[in-house]
Write a protein that binds this ligand. Sequence first.
Ligand code: BGC
Length: 376
Amino acid sequence: MNTRSGFVHRTAVSTAAALALLAAGCGATTGGDAGGEASVEEGFNVGLLLPESKTARYEKFDKPYFEEALKELCENCTLSYQNADQETAKQQAQADAMLTEGIDVMVLDAVDAESAASIVSNAKSQGVPVVAYDRLAEGGVDYYVSFDNKTVGKTQGEALLEALEEENTVNDGEVVVIHGAPTDPNAADFKAGVMEVLKGHVDIGAEYDTPDWSPDKAQEQMEGAITSVGADDIVGVYSANDGMAAGIVAGLKSAGVEDLPPITGQDAEIAGIQRIISGEQYMTVYKAIRPEAEVAAGMAVAAATGEEYKGDDEKGLTEVEDGSGETVKAVLLEPIAVTEENVEDTVVSDGFYSIEEICTDRYASTDFCKTANGEQ
Ligand code: BGC
């Protein structure tokens, strides 16, 4: 999926900048030295690399929101866009191609944070600054924007615990825990957050990591857990995101489970919200992608033009350490737990989805849709 729009050749400028740096004896730039040659008036080219397309957010929200935010800040800028479909080698090739064609700044949501270090160092050696988007790539990126990912995990764990307490099933059986991809540093944060809440409070019957965040793999793992724990003994399922929750629900249903236990999620995907209002999923985590994309665009423009990104009152700058111990300036946004009770006050009032989008024919008879449509 390459949606390069109105590409302006800036290779010469980038190459000249890189040569100048090399001549000055500082070719291998680190932490904030790269870039800075471009101007908003003339415009420049921004490379956006997203990791996968099975999770709905990237194509539906991240990419279009980023494109909009970039146009807002830099009318004459152009965007080169690629999605790696969860393949590390594909992302590497996409990044190489972008650098060859000429970009002035790279915004990278890494498939594999550790391997992405070589993408980052290639970019920086060519004078191209890198903004890590949502997942913190290693290799000394210039800026990072994401959510407070440990809080995401804690929020999921607390909601699951609350659901079990409401149903009075905390001591009645076991919880199945299905984490995300081990190559994604966010998955490690979600895991740390949720385990901090669940450990010591519930019995964990089975626990898995899920390569590639694959919904199909999550379904297989759920089926395996049903075999080892027994469907009747499963009181709750932790799913790290909504895509996997879809596979988990399919796994439970195919094993004949009709009364689904509380299941968590993340991303507020439309299918996740619809499962919540129809009682098939307990909660999701809404991460407002528009501000994330806006901050990323602000960081990219600052890095490319040699300005310092300072954040604003609401979204202040902090510092985080990447997997290799480098300090990175970051903005971390707040995640919000969504259950049936606050769908309207979160994703609907924020304009993420309209009632029409949520309440399709299949969901028209849910209490949520009847109330929203003034039918009860
Ligand atoms: C993102 C999640 C997403 C997951 C799978 C994580 O890095 O933060 O929003 O569900 O990757 O793509």
